[in-house]
Design a protein around this ligand. Structure first.
Ligand code: PMP
Length: 386
């Protein structure tokens, strides 16, 4: 084929391609109670569909832009600015968007801040602190300032249950325990720099950043798709590290390069940025928190008023507004519940394998009518199986 004709064909093909939004948006969506990756705001998904094709009139989709080009410069700058705006993060802190998941933070934190002979205090509240403890032990000593093992992690510690060591280098806690469905009602007080794994409740309520040395969160519950971890780190704490670590695991190097030490997860950062805008549009964290309380109350009230048919896993004062863990009278009924819920367009209600039972994860973007639908289903299920 002559080159001129080939060129004509290509040009014709290009100009006739349209974004298949209509078909995509017409397909049915169901209520997704998954613990993560989880439900995202519909507005964000729709905007993403367009920006995947052509972002900001550039003629290039978000995933196809260079991470050092002008379009992505703007995406990253806005994501950071909105992130700071949402939680009033001062210039004393750096905001980083890194890869490796929250699990990489379990390793990176002790690698940078804990050395042989030093001790880290842990408030041990379940699977996610267990994994972080194992990593910390590779670098220094671990003191369990609280150990929830004996109470099967059914609550987070009250102030009187926390026994700090004399001179811990830092204290690590997990603000919301995705698996057990427990959540700290307040930031715990400690005698050392505080590090928070906020993977499953970041930006679900107002957050006092200034009480923390580091807050980190995998994105895939409240912030966006998987593949990116948000890290909010106090600069003086970051500078206190004298550990020799590979560049890619060094907070200072990432901060120096504004999260672009290497190619960052550009698409995830773009979507997180969209979610930040959505959070601001909802009225910020106070409005988000009140919505989350209302949503969780619908399901907890249904558990409480079921005459004992449903039993909550977590103690009342520790109950999570994000992950509601509960059981029917037996495993068989749990299975039946999950199957019938799916028949009714509700998915992801199976409890984590280490706890069993049921778990409804209702992060920020999960709609309130999904909670109402689940509550009604729970009542009907109890009536026909109780
Ligand atoms: N911390 C918490 C509280 C979590 O819920 C999870 C994952 N669900 C993790 C850490 C691990 O996250 P990642 O898979 O991103 O490493």
């Amino acid at each position: 084929m002559a080159i001129a004709q080939l060129h004509n064909n290509i040009m014709t093909t290009k100009s006739t391609i349209t974004i298949p939004t209509k078909t995509g948006l017409d397909l049915k969506r169901i209520f997704n109670f998954s613990a993560g990756p989880a439900t995202l705001p519909e507005e964000v998904i729709k905007q993403t569909q367009q920006d995947l094709w052509n972002i900001a009139g550039s003629g290039i989709g978000i995933c196809e832009h260079s991470h050092r080009g002008k379009v992505f410069d703007k995406v990253l700058a806005e994501a950071e600015a909105d992130c700071r705006n949402i939680a009033n993060i001062s210039d004393d802190y750096s905001v980083l968007f890194l890869q490796g998941g929250a699990s990489m933070q379990f390793a990176m934190i002790p690698m940078n801040f804990l050395s042989s002979g030093q001790t880290v205090d842990f408030l041990h509240t379940g699977e996610w602190t267990k994994k972080a403890i194992a990593e910390a032990k590779l670098f220094g000593n671990v003191n369990l300032a609280f150990d929830g093992t004996d109470s099967k992690f059914d609550h987070v510690p009250s102030a009187s249950e926390i026994n700090p060591s004399d001179n811990p280098t830092y204290t690590h806690y997990c603000s919301n325990n995705t698996i057990y469905g427990t959540q700290f009602p307040e930031v715990p007080s400690t005698n050392s720099p505080l590090i928070c794994d906020a993977s499953s409740d970041i930006y679900s309520r107002p957050i006092n950043v200034s009480k923390h040395a580091i807050i980190f969160a995998g994105a895939q519950k409240n912030l966006g798709p998987s593949g990116c971890t948000l890290i909010i780190i106090r600069n003086d704490f970051m500078q206190s590290s004298s550990a020799k670590v590979p560049s890619i695991l060094d907070y200072k190097k990432h901060a120096d390069k504004g999260s672009r030490l290497n190619t960052p997860p550009t698409f995830a950062i773009y979507m997180i940025g969209q979610v930040f805008k959505w959070v601001l549009n909802q009225g910020g964290l106070t409005a988000i928190a009140s919505n989350n309380q209302e949503k969780a109350a619908i399901i907890y009230d249904t558990i409480e008023s079921s005459g004992g048919f449903y039993e909550a896993v977590a103690q009342p004062e520790s109950r999570s507004l994000m992950n509601i863990t509960y059981r029917t009278p037996n495993d068989e009924l749990d299975k039946k519940f999950i199957a019938e819920a799916l028949d009714n367009d509700m998915s992801g209600l199976k409890g984590h394998r280490s706890v069993g039972g049921l778990r409804a994860s209702i992060y920020n973007a999960f709609p309130i009518n999904g909670c109402v639908t689940l509550a009604q289903f729970m009542k009907d299920f109890a009536a026909s199986n109780g």
